[in-house]
Design a protein around this ligand. Structure first.
Ligand SMILES: [Zn+2]
Length: 221
């Protein structure tokens, strides 16, 4: 496998040969996909990739900043993965590192542990916001406090279900900043008053969270 380092981060270089004139490049997370013709040397490809560093950094960032091969995002900040041999199946965050205590270096297992504890972390992180936001909603509606649930969604950050008065948050939010999480939560609380995304809904959001648009930018991947 071809590894290329850009700004201290390792990327895998995948080269596909096609009968084309130019060098084409696509970035998917930490994978750089290159297509070019067979006459282009490895050296030339490397030069090309290095000349596009800024572009690569910008485009690899726009992927879900969840788990990479060597990094985990926690509340909007990246932490380098370290592995410690142990039977405990836990993780610990210290300085810029996230230590996984498991029997083997296994990213799938790391993810499982991370999201399991992620639910606890998210629950305690949002607990005060749930109280605050519900007290606002309560001024406009007599609906009971919603049930907060977590799920690993692929294409949404949160959801309000009016039938059982529940708010479901995407567990993946644990990778984003507290402000982004707060914005999703407030968005879903506002659905208790307005089910659609109409003008009144957005006015309600803005009224109590003037920086909402700023906060949710992070989630527009
Ligand atoms: Zn919505």
């Amino acid at each position: 496998m071809n590894i290329i380092e850009i700004n201290g981060k390792n990327y895998q270089l995948l080269i596909t040969y096609k009968s084309i004139k130019n060098i084409n490049m696509r970035v998917e997370g930490d994978l750089i996909k290159i297509s070019c013709n067979r006459l282009v040397s490895k050296k030339k490809i490397h030069e090309f990739v290095y000349s596009k560093q800024a572009w690569i950094l910008k485009h690899s960032k726009s992927k879900t900043p969840g788990f990479n091969n060597d990094t985990v995002y926690y509340l909007g900040k990246p932490y380098l993965i370290k592995h410690e041999f142990s039977k405990e199946n836990i993780y610990l965050i210290n300085n810029n590192y996230i230590y996984f205590y498991t029997l083997s270096y296994d990213i799938t297992l790391f993810e499982k542990i991370y999201y399991r504890y992620g639910i606890e972390k998210l629950t305690s992180l949002i607990s005060n916001y749930v109280i605050e936001f519900y007290s606002i909603i309560n001024k406009y509606s007599n609906k009971p406090k919603p049930l907060i649930l977590f799920k690993k969604y692929k294409s949404r950050w949160g959801m309000y279900n009016s039938r059982d008065n529940s708010i479901t948050l995407n567990i993946m939010l644990i990778h984003f900043s507290e402000n982004a999480i707060k914005a999703v939560l407030w968005h879903e609380f506002c659905h208790m008053l307005y089910l659609n995304h109409g003008r009144e809904f957005h006015q309600m959001i803005q009224l109590y969270m003037p920086y909402y648009k700023e906060y949710e930018k992070e989630l527009k991947l």
